[in-house]
Design a protein around this ligand. Sequence first.
Ligand code: NAD
Length: 348
Amino acid sequence: MKLLVTGGAGFIGSAVVRQAVGEGMEVVNLDALTYAANLANVAAVADAPNYAFVKADITDRSALDAVFSDHAPDAVMHLAAESHVDRSIDGPDAFMATNVMGTFHLLEAARAHWQAMGKPEGFRFHHVSTDEVFGSLGAEGMFTEDTSYDPRSPYSASKAGSDHLVRAWGETYGLPVILSNCSNNYGPYHYPEKLIPVVILNALHGRSIPVYGAGENVRDWLYVEDHADALLTVVRKGQVGRSYNIGGENEVRNIDLVRSICAILDRLRAKDAPHADLIEHVTDRPGHDARYAIDPSRIRTELGWRPSVTLEDGLEKTVRWYLKNEAWWRPLLTREGVGARLGTGLGN
Ligand code: NAD
């Protein structure tokens, strides 16, 4: 199977690319290289004969047509997106342009390619989405694939819009689409503006660790390499027209997650005072969803996938990775917006 992966220089896309290339699949990585991208994330596979990189924007239809015609992929794994909720609140335009219109252009380019190829049955358009499209849960219940959409941030609204487009292209044109909606990812190569890297890097710099509100919001966390494995399982074995919820079965309150990271840092690095002393509660994010939880029964029973890394082990691996890879994260601290966000913001 020849894969076209969009957003393959980002956090999750690069994990998919590294894994797929490592497994011997032919991979074309299409990425516009926005602020969130980093080709260092795919340096390990950059010279592999089964890997190619194309710098292109998914809102540029002619560039997309050229990629489909040059590489003739058997499957598209669509991860390119604006992905940071706080940025979507400060400036939603780019989220609409990339997540909604970019997905539309990619669907149209994929449809034209699929039709020109004689509509092969094995073709797949796999859209990678988030559990945030389902909105916010109370103390009970979980998101299933049948949960009604109820997005509450510009980011989740743009992802919900893209999910609807993908389903519509499946129903209307017969394009063989599959969707997946996943909970929060964490792990190596996570951009330093997101919650877990913010906690680790602020702690390393002795800066206050901001926690939104009381830190009672609950998230489910999945180790990024487990997500990459789930996505490759879905694109290979998933049923056309289906969506699959992917979760880590690791629900935790933000404040407890932050304390766990601080406890790992206490063990791994000498410091006079516990790292948790740096925690500072800051004004809550507007419309902050209270709880997300995924029911992963479908992917487990139909496709036989389940996460392999516990939150405890994954957090320890992640902290150790950031301690070892300062050469990766240090240059990113001066990128646009990151310094300010490290000091005051949090997000996923
Ligand atoms: P990311 O921000 O780390 O990476 C996004 C990548 O997309 C970047 O490399 C960027 O350059 C590229 N990109 C952005 N706009 C583009 C455009 N117009 N054209 C081409 N490339 C463009 O994001 P991520 O965290 O790796 O998320 C990847 C996907 O997974 C997204 O679709 C996101 O909605 C989804 N997702 C993320 C999470 C999470 O916890 N991070 C959870 C569930 C789903």
